[in-house]
Design a protein around this ligand. Structure first.
Ligand SMILES: Nc1ncnc2c1ncn2[C@@H]1O[C@H](COP(=O)(O)OP(=O)(O)OP(=O)(O)O)[C@@H](O)[C@H]1O
Ligand SMILES: [Mg+2]
Length: 483
């Protein structure tokens, strides 16, 4: 885009909208910082660019950042429309942004992912969705791998509130079992989709901090990945949705790329503040149409003021402030490249206890429960949820896992090999440059792990990592992390 298109003297307090087009044969590309500089705008939040992925773009310049202050949601926003959508916030142009909880047209439960770096607002998005689910009669199974600390208000307002890795595994197993029994029941009825007014409730299984379950080295990674995949596959047509909320710098950190790629391709994706490498990956993975661009969401939209070391007078307050929480791209919505912000959910300041404003969002009454017909399939774990009996079940899962890990180790040093590969991956991930096996060996000497004797074992580990797609060859005898 031609950045020499400066608007002479943008009138005070007015919104300027420019429609621009590049010649046929070209695709609109832009550099937000350069564009802001051309318009002499110091706050990039005042500038919004939307492209159609082809030749045309709409550039909007606001007198002030339109997403700076968000209202809380209204009860009407929380009710699903005829397309199964709720309103979750606003786009920069004031239009409502929507998120689908169910697709009544195809009778499909949703697969969803919410990505964001720490503090980007993931858990508030989760709280709002949980509250909307309760109000819409959806039966919610919520797993919070921060021990229940991410959304404490949800306890009692969801059908299942799981707070440990073991309990989440039990919850996922139960969900897969319910999906199977529903499949059999629905087949007998001759049905191939889910009806929202079915006597069976729509079930929504959600894991906040899913990276803790699915990252490399996590104790239940393999089973967790399998169960998530299974639910993604069978749950859709029997009214069981799955959502993962995570921070991760790489898709590989979430149960391996295949799991996620499949979910992402058809799922509902919310991208909060996120690293630019992750955004690039979404494009290379084909999740965003080529040519579409997402301007990274910065931590703060306050203009940076340069201050000379010789300056006199009071210095501006030096605080590391974040004021873009809740800002996101709804990648599966109609405007994937248009910045939106989620409603303000609860108090911005930390509360000494449960937040009354968030509790009010859930409304009165009990949450929707699992249907009688599936109680047997959900088994004892469902019955034990929220009671002391859960501890014993979780201990059993832990024991089972320990036994399996011991077996794997006895089977021929499997664990040792895995550990070395993990260390090699970590060394490569840290390095800016591609490395040779010898250089990796030297760096392994300083990573605090046990001594690695030969470069041969480093080569083996690199081979394993290349096969897994975690590492790529970067020229003769050099390796780098797959980004
Ligand atoms: N839509 C919003 N508008 C204004 N402030 C928000 C919004 N969403 C979140 N915040 C603020 O950001 C803070 C962090 O949000 P939240 O806990 O949801 O982030 P998170 O991504 O889950 O972080 P973590 O990785 O630490 O779990 C909240 O305490 C809140 O003050
Ligand atoms: Mg959180």
């Amino acid at each position: 885009m031609n950045t020499a298109l400066a608007v002479p003297g943008i009138p005070d307090g007015q919104i300027v909208e420019l429609k621009v087009q590049v010649p046929p044969g070209q695709v609109v590309r832009y550099d937000l910082a350069a564009l802001a500089s051309a318009f002499e705008i110091t706050d990039p939040g005042r500038l919004a660019v939307e492209t159609d992925g082809s030749r045309t773009a709409l550039v909007t310049i606001y007198p002030s950042n339109p997403l700076m202050v968000m209202p809380p949601p209204s009860p009407e926003d929380m009710v699903m429309d005829e397309y199964g959508r709720i309103i979750n916030g606003r786009y920069h142009n004031g239009r409502p942004s929507r998120r689908r909880l169910f697709d009544p047209i195809s009778g499909s439960a949703q697969r969803a992912m919410v990505f964001g770096t720490t503090g980007a607002g993931k858990s508030r998005v989760v709280q709002y969705t949980l509250a909307c689910e309760k109000r819409n009669g959806i039966c919610t199974w919520h797993g919070d791998l921060k021990g229940g600390q991410s959304a404490p208000e949800a306890e009692g307002h969801v059908d299942w509130f799981a707070t440990s890795q073991e309990e989440v595994i039990l919850m996922l197993r139960a969900a897969v079992a319910v999906a199977e029994i529903r499949q059999r029941r629905y087949r007998a009825l001759g049905r191939n989709a889910f009806l929202i007014n079915d006597p069976d409730p729509l079930i929504s299984v959600r894991i906040d901090e899913a990276n803790r379950l699915l990252e490399k080295g996590a104790p239940y990674r393999d089973e967790g990945t399998y169960l998530v995949k299974e639910l993604g596959r069978t749950g859709r047509s029997v009214g069981i949705g799955i959502e993962l909320d995570a921070q991760a710098s790489h898709l590989e950190e979430l149960g391996g790329s295949d799991t996620l790629r499949a979910m992402l391709k058809e799922g509902d994706i919310t991208l909060l503040r996120w690293s630019s490498s992750m955004m690039r990956q979404l494009v290379t993975d084909g999740l965003l149409p080529a040519g579409e661009q997402l301007a990274p969401i910065p931590k703060t939209l306050r203009p940076k003021v340069l201050r000379s070391q010789f300056a006199t007078g009071p210095a501006p307050a030096d605080v590391d402030l974040c004021d873009t929480q809740g800002m996101a791209y709804m990648l599966s919505g109609p405007s994937p490249t248009s910045l939106m912000r989620h409603f303000r959910i609860g108090s911005i300041r930390p509360m000494p206890g449960l937040d009354p404003e968030i509790l009010a969002l859930y409304g009165p009454g009990d949450p929707r429960r699992l249907e009688e017909n599936s109680l047997e399939a959900a088994a004892e774990a469902y019955e034990a949820r929220g009671t002391a009996a859960m501890d014993a079940l979780c201990e059993a899962v832990q024991e089972e896992q320990k036994k399996q890990a011991a077996k794997a180790q006895a089977k021929g040093g499997g664990r040792g090999a895995v550990l070395l590969a993990d260390r090699v991956r970590a060394v490569l991930a840290e390095s800016e440059d591609a490395l040779s096996p010898d250089e990796v060996l030297v760096l392994l000497g300083a990573d605090g792990g046990p001594d690695v004797k030969s470069v041969g074992s480093v080569r083996n580990a690199l081979g394993v990592l290349v096969d897994q797609g975690d590492v790529v060859r970067a020229g003769r005898g050099l390796y780098e992390i797959a980004r």
